[in-house]
Structure formats: structure tokens, C-alpha cells
Ligand binder design. Structure first.
Ligand SMILES: *Cc1c(COP(=O)(O)O)cnc(C)c1O
Length: 462
């Protein structure tokens, strides 16, 4: 299996090279040259199988010969050994034909673990084979940082630097990052905003001499390996229910919901993919009004979805155009210049055949959390709450099972949960450990030169 760029001006490369590169050199995003396809019988046979077996089957076809079946098996087994629920992505009924798919049983209690735990292991394997070292640099406003640290902490030949805006992530999120007991993990609190932190990261990637000297790389959500790992749970849910479900996906960067499209293209039965956004509703506006336009990011109760631009949407556009790379390149150039893109009727129609979208503001999110608690006694986190609010609003004309992706454990967002239900979620032991550990963090002004100096001092030390 080889990987192409959505912008058509990068050479085809293997899964392992794509994994190490992340973004294509022409600025596009990687996708498989052709989607592998599972037959209905093969999908039906996934029912009742351990999650790990399905992951091996689905990811195996996407990985091709980059890793052996035994290598993949070993990495999947150890990635999911740390999950507290052996089903990895269990379905829980919360109403007639309404299910939560719980994706938060990994080490940092958010769904990003499902993909990053595998990605980290495959990354280390590919790096070892290629020889050399890598410096992973990321900016985070919350969950990505801790999930990346949990995935890459302690791995050989990798140094991890995570920038967060000082005082602007929740206490739980900060402690999950700063108490990580790994010598190769370096937290940097920037005296500024998330945009300042992200700006520094982008500027350092653009300093090519420096980037080359320290072998700078990223493991953010544009890496297709994450999509490959996330496609798996769409297969397991459809197989378990024995019919094509409607999935409601709390959406920020459009990675998780695009994994649903990937699964569908590979043969998973999917009735529809509902994109649920908070007030940062660029994707709801794009799909409902036909204009993809960046707004101003505003803080909400579901911070991991507070984005201005949904990077992975480029993949959906490329597919909707019938894989027209020249067209995709043009559209992304227009968007870069104008911060706005009007979707043509045929493109919009193609997207709407798979996707629909709805937004929920903080008040609707709190109401949904409260309703679930009232009806089932269960506490859900505010990201899940956004999607449940959308699910409650669906007026379905036919009976299909609705599966809401539950992306974070309620204990990660106790304030919002308490506001909605007057209850405080019980803290799981692994979170308690993070909350009590000793914190380690550099603090620096929001200047890229200072961050660069810090990285050089650690990576290039003799
Ligand atoms: C990252 C994240 C999301 C959004 O996922 P995307 O792939 O960016 O759309 C939703 N919920 C939680 C808890 C997250 O951490």
C-alpha cells in the first residue's frame, strides 16, 4: 500500500515513511492510493472478535508491507494492554436505539489514546529501522499533549516537547502532562495564549536548518496513522449492531469523523456521519450553508473542539471531488488566501450524502449532560454532551441505531459536569496518580528563540 498527497505534488510513499513524515511536502495530507475493501461477510465476521483482532485486520490492510503481521500484532497488543476496559471501545445503551461508544478507557482518559498508543509504538519501530533520532514538537490546548506524552514517553531515540499556554489549560490537563515520569518528555509553559504556542511551533518547523539539525517531527491529527487506528471502532460498532448505524461525532479538527468516512470507504456499514460541533461551528456552517469559513475561536465547555480550522476536512474535499488533486490544491489556496471557501453544489451534494451537521452551544450541552444523568444515572463529559445534544435533536424518519462517540471521561471535566448535574464524577485511580505526582515544567516567555534554545540545549547536548 502506498500513500498519495491530496495536493498531488508529492511522490507516493510507504505507510512507514508517511507515518514519520506526517504532512506531505506539498502541504497536502496523505491518503492511501486506493482504499482496501472488506466484504459484508468479512465485516459480519468481526462480530464478537476481540477489538485487537479487528484492529489487526483493518490496520494491516492499510499498512501493507511496512510492518510485518507479527510486528503489528505486538504493537496493538501492548498499546491496548493499558486500557481499563478489555473491550477497548464498548457500546453502552442509553436509550432505545441510542448508544454511547466509550473511547476513553486509555491512559489519559480521552479518545486520542486509542490511536496515539499505537502510533507511538509504530513510530519508534519505523525510526529504529531507519536509524537516527526524532524530536517531536507539539502545541496543545488540552488533551493532545497528554495523549502524545503517554504514547511517546519512555520510547528510545525520541525527545518530546509539548508547549501549553501557561494558566490556560485546566488543572487536570496540566497535571496529566507535567507529572509524566519520563526523561524524554519536556513540558514548556508559554507565557501567552494557545495561538502564541502554536505560532512558535509553526515558526520553528519553518526554520529548516534547525528543524533538520534536531530532526523535528509532528504527531498531530493530520497523521493518517491516527485515522487508520480510529477507523477500527466504526467497524466494531457496525459489526456488533449487525446493521448500518448513524454515528454522531463530537468534532474539532474533523479527524475522528473522517475516520468514519475511511471505514465506510473500506466497507463498514454506515448510515450517516453526523458532525456535532460546539459554538466553534465552522464544520456545521460548511455542511449546512455551503461556506467553509474560519471564525474566531471562542472558549467553550468542550475545549478540545475549540478550533478555527478543521484541517482534516481537506481529505473529505479531495474524496468528494473524485480525488481531484489539482482542484483540491486550488481550493486550499483559495481558503489560505481568503479564509473562506464556497462549496459548489455537486461537492456539497456529495458531502451531504455521507455527512450532516449540528451545533450545540454550552447551554444545550449542559442540558444534554443533565438529561442523560436524569434518565440513566450516567455522567458524560462535555465533548460527549455536544454530540448527545445533537443526537437528542435528530428527527429520524427510519429506525437506525444511533451511536454517539464518547470521547472523554467525565472526571477530566468535573466543573462542567458539576454545573450540569450538581454531581462530581468519581476520579479513576490513574487520574488520581497524575493529580498527586510531582510536576516538571519549563516556563518561558512566548518567544520562539527561547524555545529553540531550550530544545537545542537538550537535543544537541554532547
Ligand atoms: C480531540 C478531541 C475531539 C475532536 O476530535 P477531532 O478529531 O479533532 O475532530 C473531541 N473530543 C475530545 C475529548 C477530544 O480530545
Amino acid at each position: 500500500m502506498r500513500y498519495l498527497s491530496t495536493r498531488g505534488q508529492s511522490p507516493l510513499i510507504s505507510f512507514a515513511d508517511m507515518l514519520l513524515a506526517g504532512l506531505a511536502p506539498d502541504g497536502g495530507l496523505y491518503l492511501p492510493e486506493a482504499w482496501p475493501r472488506f466484504t459484508p461477510d468479512e465485516v459480519a465476521a468481526f462480530k464478537g472478535k476481540p477489538y485487537q483482532d479487528v484492529a489487526e485486520a483493518v490496520m494491516g490492510r492499510l499498512i501493507g508491507d511496512s510492518f510485518s503481521a507479527d510486528e503489528l500484532k505486538a504493537d496493538i497488543a501492548s498499546a491496548y494492554a493499558s486500557f481499563t476496559d478489555p473491550r477497548i471501545a464498548p457500546l453502552v445503551a442509553i436509550g432505545p436505539d441510542l448508544y454511547l461508544m466509550e473511547l476513553f478507557h486509555g491512559p489519559t482518559l480521552a479518545f486520542k489514546d486509542v490511536a496515539l498508543q499505537i502510533l507511538g509504538r509504530l513510530f519508534a519501530r519505523a525510526l529504529k529501522r531507519q536509524g537516527g533520532r526524532a524530536t517531536v514538537l507539539a502545541a496543545t490546548s488540552g488533551d493532545t499533549g497528554s495523549a502524545a506524552i503517554a504514547a511517546l514517553g519512555g520510547l528510545e531515540n525520541i525527545e518530546v516537547f509539548v508547549l501549553h499556554p501557561k494558566g490556560r489549560v485546566s488543572e487536570v490537563q496540566r497535571r496529566q502532562m507535567t507529572t509524566a515520569p519520563y526523561a524524554n518528555v519536556h513540558n514548556i509553559a508559554i507565557e501567552g495564549t494557545f495561538d502564541d504556542a502554536q505560532g512558535i511551533v509553526k515558526a520553528l518547523f519553518a526554520e529548516t536548518d534547525f528543524a533538520k539539525a534536531v530532526s523535528l517531527t509532528a504527531v498531530n491529527s493530520i497523521n493518517f496513522a491516527r485515522i487508520a487506528a480510529q477507523a477500527v471502532y466504526y467497524f466494531t460498532a457496525a459489526a456488533e449492531l449487525g446493521t448500518a448505524p448513524l454515528f454522531v461525532v463530537p468534532t474539532g479538527n474533523f479527524g475522528d469523523v473522517f475516520a468514519g468516512e475511511a471505514a465506510w470507504r473500506m466497507g463498514a456499514p454506515v448510515d450517516k456521519l453526523w458532525v456535532a460541533t460546539n459554538s466553534n461551528d465552522i464544520m456545521a456552517r460548511a455542511l449546512n450553508e455551503g461556506v467553509y469559513e474560519a471564525g474566531r475561536a471562542q472558549p467553550t465547555l468542550s475545549p478540545s473542539m475549540d478550533i478555527q480550522v478543521a484541517s482534516n476536512f481537506e481529505r473529505a474535499l479531495f474524496e468528494a471531488s473524485g480525488r481531484d488533486a489539482a482542484w483540491t490544491r486550488e481550493q486550499m489556496a483559495t481558503f489560505a488566501a481568503d479564509k473562506s471557501l464556497t462549496l459548489s453544489p455537486p461537492i456539497l451534494a456529495d458531502l451531504r450524502s455521507r455527512y450532516a451537521a449540528m451545533r450545540a452551544d454550552d447551554a444545550e450541552t449542559l442540558a444534554a449532560i443533565a438529561q442523560v444523568e436524569r434518565e440513566t444515572g450516567r455522567l458524560i463529559d462535555p465533548h460527549t454532551g455536544v454530540a448527545v445534544a445533537a443526537a437528542f435533536n435528530l428527527k429520524l424518519s427510519k429506525k437506525v441505531p444511533v451511536v454517539v462517540l464518547s470521547t472523554a471521561h467525565p472526571a477530566k471535566f468535573p466543573d462542567a459536569v458539576n454545573q450540569a448535574t450538581s454531581r462530581i464524577p468519581e476520579v479513576p485511580p490513574r487520574l488520581k496518580a497524575a493529580l498527586e505526582g510531582e510536576e516538571n515544567c519549563h516556563v518561558t516567555a512566548a518567544e520562539k528563540g527561547l524555545v529553540r534554545g531550550l530544545i537545542e540545549a537538550i537535543v544537541l547536548r554532547p
